[in-house]
Write a protein that binds this ligand. Structure first.
Ligand SMILES: *Cc1c(COP(=O)(O)O)cnc(C)c1O
Length: 366
């Protein structure tokens, strides 16, 4: 047997360390995971009811077209139902896009560092990756434009960017989109849009009329709090959606997930409350950095990347031993950084007080 060449040496996605492993390895009874940008407040209580109801239909295949969810999302975004494609998480939509567009003759343009799945899926299709370094933590859209060549099929703009939490403004994005050649697909990955507070963040939905080569990605995994159920979607013009739809698995979102997503979407009050709390909690981390002279990237998301001026693995281990799973900056392209998903107020207070203690004592890997 010979696996296809592009798969050789590829490693599967590295998720944050599982809670149970950490408990066992370190003999801890309580471990809090703040590594994957999930919603610390969970999901709307209506989601639970929807899941219980969906149980009644568990024996039959789901509606592969996700009609009810499609109509609910279309109405909420004021787009046509035909402008949507659903996926088993937006990861799945990224896979469908790469599968639909890329051959070994092609390349994609991305920022570096950014969300890992753009590269991963493009590599599997045998395409080349042109990575453009962030400029002060932000996508350098001018340099990305320059990186686009005859072989470029897709350009990924993660906005706000994971792992930095930074964003590109409406003006920057528009200027960029106007110059990207029409035969290059622009993907605006907006996984954290619900958390964005910046007034000049791009409103990309109306831009779909102007840019037939624009695809917007959204997810129910972050603010909506149903990461376990895997629902994400793409929004674009109808022709583009029709063209990629055959690349989708027939039942790539399940009945339970569809019903849960509808319930999550309808509970606007719950989301509003999470967003407000997130903004309040973000200030605690910003104050911690400012007080101690640490650089951080101003974040429009529910995570923050801070430069604590020590090897990321030391900070990571220190927090791990105290029961917090975070993300080591070393793995994200920031050797002295740590990325922390904002937790509940109590969790954030605890983590910040542990970091304060660490600063006073100078202890590192104990
Ligand atoms: C989390 C995340 C996704 C993937 O979310 P799904 O759970 O697959 O919907 C996509 N893009 C970015 C930038 C993310 O951080």
């Amino acid at each position: 047997m010979r696996i296809k060449e592009s798969m050789i040496g590829l490693v599967p996605y590295q998720p944050g360390k599982p809670i149970e492993d950490v408990k066992r390895e370190l003999g801890l009874t309580e471990v809090i995971k703040l590594a994957s940008n999930e919603n610390p407040y969970g999901a709307s209580p209506h989601v639970k009811e929807a899941i219980m109801e969906a149980y009644e239909n568990i024996a039959v295949y789901p509606d592969g077209y996700a009609r009810e969810l499609r109509e609910t999302v279309a109405e909420k975004l004021s787009v046509k139902p035909e402008q949507l494609i659903f996926g088993n998480g937006s990861d799945d939509v990224i896979l469908i896009l790469c599968r639909s567009f890329l051959t070994p003759e092609d390349n994609i343009v991305t920022a570096d560092p950014t969300f890992s799945q753009y590269r991963h899926n493009a590599v599997i299709e045998g395409a080349k990756i042109k990575e453009v370094p962030l400029k002060a933590g932000v996508h350098d859209l001018d340099a990305m434009l320059e990186a686009i060549d005859e072989q470029t099929k897709m350009v990924f703009v993660c906005n706000p960017n994971n792992p930095t939490g930074t964003y590109n403004s409406s003006e920057e994005f528009r200027r960029f989109a106007e110059k990207v050649p029409e035969d290059v697909l622009i993907i605006s990955d907006e996984a954290y849009i619900e958390y964005v507070t910046a007034n000049d963040y791009p409103d990309t939905l109306p831009m779909l009329h102007e840019f037939p080569n624009l695809m917007i990605l959204r997810t129910f995994s972050k603010a909506y709090g149903i990461a376990a159920l895997r629902v994400g979607f793409g929004v674009a013009n109808e022709d583009l959606i029709r063209a990629i739809d055959p690349g989708r698995e027939p039942f790539n979102t399940n009945t339970v997930a569809q019903k849960a997503a509808i319930a999550a979407l309808k509970d606007e009050a719950f989301i509003e409350e999470c967003i407000t709390k997130n903004a309040q909690e973000m200030k605690k981390y910003e104050r911690f950095c400012e007080k101690n002279g640490f650089h951080y990237f101003p974040s429009q998301t529910n995570f923050i990347l801070m430069d604590l001026q020590k090897p990321g693995s030391e900070i990571f281990d220190y927090l791990l031993r105290r029961g917090f799973i975070t993300r080591n900056g070393e793995a994200l392209g920031f050797p002295t950084g740590i990325r922390i998903t904002l937790g509940s107020p109590e969790q954030n207070d605890l983590i910040i007080s542990e970091l304060e203690k660490w600063l006073v004592s100078g202890v590192t890997s104990v």
